[in-house]
Design a protein around this ligand. Sequence first.
Ligand SMILES: [Zn+2]
Length: 419
Amino acid sequence: MPPIFKTDKGMKRYYFFLIILLTFSSLRAQTPEEFSIFLDEINGDSLRETVADLQNFETRFCLREGGNKEVAEYIVQRLENYGVNAEIDSFYVQDGHFWLSGDFSSWFYNVKGTLAPAQSSDSIVIIGAHADAIATDANYNLLPLCPGADDNASGVAVMIEMARIIHQFNLLPKHHIHFMAYDAEEIGLVGAYHDAEARVNNQEKVVVMLNNDMVSYQPDDDWKLTFHWYDNAQDISQKAVEVCETYTDITPVIPVGEDNDLRQNSDSYAYDQNGFKTVFAIENTFSAYYHTENDSVQWNNAEFHEHVARYNFAMLFNYGFANLQTLSLDDYASSASVLVYPNPANESATIQLYLPEQTDINTVITDMSGKIVWKYDNKSCAVGIFYIHLDCQNFANGIYFCKIFSNNRNETIKLIINH
Ligand SMILES: [Zn+2]
């Protein structure tokens, strides 16, 4: 059945784009083409690898010996690799109550990653997911192994993928972006309440909290994502539907009546209860391996997962970078810059830049004294991502400056060579 389904969706998207093109044909920037360049880099395999990494902890049950500190360290490392300033927010809960097995006193480990805006702003956009997991037998006895691939390594993977894409394009947000991984969701949304309450105490201005919990299990022929919504944030769930229809092949579902009761069962509820706007995305066909020892990465639908990540990127971009409705070429030019990797480099390096318009590019590399050691001109480069390959084998160890000149834009980036 997939071909029929895909054709339907494809046609729908085609008409949508056509309408947009006709409406804004004089303002080319308002077509979603430039935006697709970002979305197309979102990768199901990358998501799957993160899920596998998290599954490899064997258990992420928050009350186990030593707790989830190692898990938090892994997530901090991943975020740091993408230029996000990340740290563990550890906290102790005395005499807490676990809905399944009574009282506890324990340390917990949230992860908080922050990306500062290009210009000062007091607003914060949060993308969050719980990193802990649980598995029980049919009688609700806890089991030692809990891979928690769908619940909820899948949500954490989406959060990390957002950091990867933002880093890849060196995107500069308008507001603070916070990347959150919560501990102890499974015993009562403990990590999320801890964070949401701290934000109330600090009088933080949270624009939206995007929650993903169980977002990778779905039959191939029926991609649906449910948005559990909250009374004071219906504008957010409406935007979620719109974004899902525009930028993904997933059919959005807004539950009515008691079908929306599940809104209380994930981290977003802690934010809602503390007065913040939020929306909770979850797979519509519920995982067959929920809270079992079989919730492993092999059941993940990487393509569906990728489209869930596309929805998230569009939401994050809309609230944290630039309004998707009024997006202009300038928004891309100002939010996308130049990237050099790896840096420090050994044998070779890649300079990557996003070109909002066709342009000539002149690249010059100088050493510390200003002496030109490498030079290259590219004529009439097309709109999109542009890559410059650098063979560094003949460069001596040291610090260099890459200077890139294009239409109306000069960029200088420091490059370190370390053979
Ligand atoms: Zn969950």
